[in-house]
Design a protein around this ligand. Structure first.
Ligand SMILES: Cc1ncc(COP(=O)(O)O)c(C=O)c1O
Length: 366
């Protein structure tokens, strides 16, 4: 493997000052002799719910399961349509299908890259049950507009917060707008585990109770199964480590935001378009995504100068070979398809310095 001067990501940096606390938490789990659905998971659920100011949080095995179980807990399944975007990570769509429902993919706003409320309105049919916005890259979707549609059309609103832990819109945290919200703790996320993990939050005690059953084979008490569930549990080790990291989520997000501001200050006025931030939003920059008509050349040139970049996502879900049967085709989602040819994610992680930002932007100018 060649070593890049500035790698796209460096996950060790998020743990640099935390090692003693993480080691103590890991030791606590090892010596407890209790590894699945125990005190660490319960405590983390309480702390994660409290951070969001919601009544319930239910730990699950990963973010994809969090979405699937949120949909299933809300009673969404076969014959139901769920409106979401093609400009997302594939798991958003995968989870809808695993719940038994049909994903209906719509276009995004040209400036924020999040779901376009007008496109949602246009896609509603008598079978529509839910809207599933993705707060992509750490940018909140237009929740006031989506809430308005959901209320007027009696639809559920289920948020994909996998890339936006701690992001706010008009002062309210993402995940607190909808009926349910799903989070991923995949290691690269703004709140990342050292393996897989996920969480569903909700203010509804009925949904929470059903989520607790569904994640544990539909079990209500030992060996009594009220419905068909799956095995999807957050484990004690991940929960214990995430408890150490949760109090640092806001400062870590502030650090990401200040690096993003440094990039934007240096890119404004160049042919490369920095990301827009929605009015009233506290974007948490899970990814810092720029736009350029010469994206591929830029990516190559940065690589030659030792800067790692990635594309999130080069092929939208509706154009993926696996999802060609969803009823979309090339040209169906013009904004999504256009930006997929032009976007580029620059390095933004907790190991990055403002000097690194300068190095990257100078390599771009060259
Ligand atoms: C937008 C989005 N939704 C869902 C997921 C699924 O999360 P996980 O990888 O934990 O299953 C991810 C992460 O990969 C994601 O980025």
């Amino acid at each position: 493997m060649t070593h890049l001067l500035i790698p796209f990501n460096d996950l060790r940096a998020a743990h640099a000052d935390l090692e003693p606390a993480l080691e103590a938490a890991a030791r606590r789990v090892l010596t407890s002799g209790w590894f699945i659905l125990g005190g660490e998971v319960s405590a983390f659920e309480v702390e994660f719910a409290a951070y969001h100011g919601v009544a319930h949080a239910v730990g699950v095995a990963n973010g994809t399961d969090a979405l699937e179980l949120a949909l299933r807990a809300a009673g969404i399944g076969r014959g139901d349509e769920v409106i979401t975007v093609a400009h997302t990570a594939v798991p958003t769509v995968c989870a809808i299908e695993r719940a038994g429902a049909t994903p209906v993919l719509v276009d995004i706003e040209e400036s924020t890259y999040t779901i376009d409320p007008a496109a949602v309105e246009a896609a509603i049919t008598p079978r529509t049950r839910a809207i599933l916005p993705v707060h992509l890259y750490g940018q909140p979707a237009d929740m006031p507009a989506l809430l308005h549609i959901a209320e007027a059309r009696h639809l559920l609103l289920i948020e994909d917060c996998a890339q936006a832990h701690g992001a706010r819109l008009n002062g309210a945290l993402v995940g607190t707008f909808g009926h349910l919200a799903a989070f991923s703790f995949y290691p690269t996320k703004n709140l990342g585990a050292v393996g897989d993990g996920g969480m569903v939050i909700t203010g509804d005690s009925g949904y929470a109770e059903r989520l607790r059953r569904l994640r544990n084979y539909g079990q209500v008490s030992r060996y009594e199964h009220a419905e068909r569930g799956i095995n999807s549990r957050l484990d004690e080790m991940q929960a214990a480590l995430l408890r150490v990291k949760l109090p640092l989520l806001d400062p870590h997000n502030a650090r990401r935001r200040s690096l993003a501001e440094a990039y934007t200050a240096r890119l404004t006025g160049t042919p490369v378009l920095p990301p827009a931030v929605r009015d009233g939003a506290d974007h948490v920059f899970h990814l810092y995504v720029v736009r350029s008509a010469e994206r591929d050349a830029l990516m190559e040139r940065l690589k030659a100068r030792g800067v790692g970049t990635l594309i999130h996502y080069a092929v939208p879900v509706h154009l993926q070979p696996a999802y060609r049967d969803l009823g979309c085709h090339e040209g169906s989602l013009p904004v999504t398809e256009r930006i997929a040819r032009e976007i580029l994610s620059l390095p933004l992680h907790l190991g990055l310095t403002t000097e690194d930002v300068q190095t990257v932007t100078e390599a771009m100018r060259a």
